[in-house]
Design a protein around this ligand. Structure first.
Ligand code: FAD
Length: 405
């Protein structure tokens, strides 16, 4: 069995794990990131790079290079209720360098971070390597066992980070308790073609009991069709023609593209929505970040950005410690102390939105009346910066404090 020793082992090469790996390696810490897939190519992941994440890229001196990657920019958020369009968010007034959401495939984002991190000799990325279990001694986590392309590996580390997403294996093995906040809906992701003259925007559509979100991606529309929790099997049993009819009712200007674009349920990706968080994010020797610590609802598209914010905060808090010694339990608890509040605030709004607005709409066959706040935001353009600020910058935005060595 291969045996490796490192200062920090990170399970999961998603936004949280890759960003933390990059930041620690940049600060001279020996770090090993384990990613179970052989590449970052996965469709319909979080592709919304928010102004807060773009600000981090700027602080790292990477923004100009990053924005050379193909992406589209969204500057407003819109809601169409029963055919009437309301603009409810405006990113152009944000006090950040980039006043827009950049839509970029998550694999491009992750490949970019991996490429930058590989410049540091103390950064070790092991693809096709799955973290299997924790190594413990005297109640303290001292590393992980993993399986790589050539077999079993033991990785001893002063710090183990679970950044392996919302189905985190390490979180399960750690025994840390999860609080499930519930989610009454799931999301079906699909693509529709873009045609000349389409609006380059983000449009949420509400009609009858249907909810549909269209995100302009320059060469296609990334679309989310919201369904009651667990409802995909019923939709499949009802058959494709009926599903296409439902899409046509809500897709507005794109309705005529449904028949040719959607020819098989294989083209539909189910996102089983989960909203949860750990009661304690750490145990001695180990800390959880990103979705492993708190799975977010897709409302607001904040998942990647919160994961990146967690990574920055973790690097700021634990990087200086790792440069000198093994972090103790109090050091690890500081990550939760810093990041729990922003997580709770955003989850509070997500849960309120899904329970008070989305679930009743999905249960009904009537188009709801536009809520008062929607009318106010639409009527007062200056106010639209506030929801954009909440979504685009989050609560307690992080800044890179850990210096490059
Ligand atoms: C279908 C879908 C659509 C989404 N849409 C959006 C969106 O539009 N905007 C948004 O902001 N968020 C969105 N999200 C959520 C967003 O993708 C996540 O919140 C974000 O990626 C969390 O980052 P993370 O690094 O914590 O976890 P993840 O991105 O889940 O990364 C975890 C990584 O760990 C790897 N892994 C898992 N287990 C192991 C193991 N045992 N060993 C080694 N590696 C392991 C996984 O392969 C993965 O690469 C979406 C999620 C899904 C599933």
């Amino acid at each position: 069995m291969e045996q490796v020793s490192t200062s920090c082992v990170i399970a999961g090469g998603g936004p949280a794990g890759m960003m933390l790996g990059y930041l620690l390696a940049r600060a001279g810490v020996d770090v090993t990131v384990l990613e179970k897939h052989k590449d970052f190519l996965r469709d319909f992941r979080g592709d919304t790079v928010h102004p807060s994440t773009l600000q981090i890229m700027h602080e790292l001196g990477l923004l100009e290079k990053f924005l050379k990657l193909p992406h589209t920019r969204i500057t407003t958020g819109n809601l169409e209720i029963g055919g009437r369009l309301f603009t409810i968010g405006d990113f152009t007034r944000l006090p950040t360098l980039c006043k827009y959401i950049a839509l970029m495939p998550q694999w491009d984002f992750l490949n970019f971070i991996a490429g930058e991190a590989k410049a540091f000799p103390n950064f070790h990325l092991r693809m096709e390597t799955r973290a299997d279990d924790l190594i413990t001694g005297d109640g303290t986590v001292t590393g992980v066992t993993a399986t790589g392309p050539v077999g079993a590996i033991t990785i001893k580390a002063g710090l183990t980070v679970a950044a392996d997403g919302r189905t985190s294996v390490l979180r399960d093995k750690s025994g840390l308790a999860v609080e499930d906040l519930g989610a009454p809906f799931d999301v079906l992701w699909l693509r529709l073609p873009v045609l000349p003259g389409d609006p380059a925007d983000l449009i949420g559509k509400v009609k009858g009991g249907q909810l549909f979100v269209m995100i302009y991606r320059s060469d296609y529309w990334q679309c989310a069709f919201l369904i009651p929790k667990g409802g995909f099997e019923t939709i499949k049993a009802d058959g494709l023609p009926k599903f296409r009819d439902r899409l046509k009712e809500i897709a507005g200007f794109a309705a005529g593209r449904i028949d040719t674009a959607i020819t098989d349920f294989e083209q539909i990706e189910l996102l089983t929505v989960t909203v949860d968080r750990l009661k304690n994010w750490a145990r001695p020797g180990m800390v959880c970040i990103g979705d492993a610590a708190h799975a977010m609802s897709p409302i607001g598209g904040v998942g990647i950005n919160l994961a990146v914010q967690d990574a920055v905060a973790t690097a700021n808090l634990l990087g200086p410690v790792l440069q000198k010694r093994v972090p103790d339990f109090a050091d690890l608890k500081a990550v939760q102390a810093r990041r729990e509040f922003p997580t709770k605030v955003i989850q509070f709004f997500q849960v309120a939105a899904q329970n008070l607005m989305l679930a009743p709409t999905l249960r009904s066959t009537q188009t709801p009346r536009p809520p008062l706040f929607v009318k106010i935001l639409n009527g007062w353009p200056w106010l639209r910066q506030f929801p954009a600020r909440f979504i685009g910058m989050g609560v307690r935005p992080e800044h890179v404090e850990l210096a490059k060595i």
